[in-house]
Design a protein around this ligand. Structure first.
Ligand SMILES: Cc1cc2nc3c(=O)[nH]c(=O)nc-3n(C[C@H](O)[C@H](O)[C@H](O)COP(=O)(O)O)c2cc1C
Length: 309
């Protein structure tokens, strides 16, 4: 029987070589430690931690996650243990997992908050990259979301880039009309890579009680419902910049990854799918390898930007 050639699954994002383009998305994979017994870490490209803030945060009141027709709405409120506890309690365990590739997700309500988080992480070994979440409100500017205002975004990225001792990937908000413009702003401010999309602002109402189904009233929509919009945004952004784009939004199977890569993504993240199946990231990564083998694709990176018009 003729053996098919091994597929080269490696991709490089901002100088960091990943053994697979399939990563676990922030907020859907805990701090990574929780998934060690569930997933073979060496079968996935890596994972992005839950968002880390300067101080611990309790998050929003329940209900804060609901299912929708093709995805879910969440308003977790960025609950996390705080960056110092993460560095002291979780990172030593993660460093013992030889195959874990850790990307730390950072957020803050002021630029200074983000810088403080980066300082703590700079002194923490075992992290390959930072993902800066630009989708949270800047409290010093009346709550205007960093990622929806070009000036705030440029300021955030340039000031974080100066202090970051690791590559800085900027996660863009999709709640804008001109995503390519925001991608250019982040690149010009020094981003080493972009990731998109975060969740779409949304609202669901219980028609019997006439109340919002999420206690916070609005929340972020994720899952298959957002995939075609996310693919379009990855397409537009990747054509607007030279830095790599990491795509996400509704990926549930290998073919979805191929679609994002054809649109211009160098790598992808899988979020909501892990709620339905905690092994989803590994299954999708393995499925991608098989898909490439079946389509005689020797290097997965050859898919990036290869959409035909
Ligand atoms: C429950 C939940 C929590 C999330 N928390 C974060 C977070 O802390 N930081 C962040 O940048 N994105 C967060 N996200 C957004 C995801 O990382 C991802 O961008 C989004 O869900 C779209 O991908 P998906 O459709 O595969 O879930 C969260 C998403 C969900 C569903």
């Amino acid at each position: 029987m003729q053996m098919s050639k091994a597929v080269d699954m490696s991709v490089t994002v901002a100088g960091v070589e990943l053994r697979s383009p399939v990563l676990a998305a922030s907020g859907t994979f805990g701090y990574g430690v929780e998934f060690d017994d569930i997933i073979d870490m060496d079968r996935i490209g890596g994972f992005i931690t839950k968002g880390l803030s300067r101080e611990p945060m309790a998050g929003n009141a329940a209900p804060r996650i609901i299912e929708t027709a093709a995805g879910m709405i969440n308003a977790i409120g960025l609950q996390n243990m705080g960056v110092k506890a993460f560095a002291a309690e979780k990172m030593p365990k993660l460093r013992k997992l030889a195959d874990a590739v850790v990307i730390a997700n950072i957020f803050g309500f002021t630029v200074e908050d983000c810088i403080e988080v980066i300082h703590v992480l700079n002194d923490t070994p075992g992290i390959v990259m930072y993902e800066l979440n630009a989708s949270c409100p800047n409290t010093s500017h009346g709550g205007m979301v960093f990622g929806t205002d070009p000036e705030l975004l440029g300021d955030l990225v340039s000031r974080c880039k100066v202090v970051a001792k690791r590559p800085l990937m900027v996660k863009l908000s999709p709640n804008v009309t001109n995503i390519a413009g925001m991608a250019r702003v982040a690149e010009a401010a020094g981003a080493d890579a972009l990731s998109l999309v975060n969740t779409f602002l949304s609202l669901a109402i219980d028609v019997e009680t006439r109340r919002p189904r999420i206690a916070n009233v609005t929340g972020g929509l994720s899952g298959p419902a957002i995939k075609p919009i996310a693919v379009r945004m990855v397409h537009d952004s990747s054509r607007a910049v030279k830095i790599p784009v990491v795509g996400m939004g509704g990926i549930v199977r290998a073919e979805d990854v191929v679609e994002f890569m054809l649109a211009g993504a160098t790598a992808v993240e899988v979020g909501t799918a892990s709620y339905a199946d905690p092994r989803a990231v590994e299954t999708i990564s393995t499925g991608l390898r098989k898909w490439c083998a079946a389509h005689e694709i020797e290097q997965v990176r050859s898919l990036t930007g290869a959409m035909l018009s």
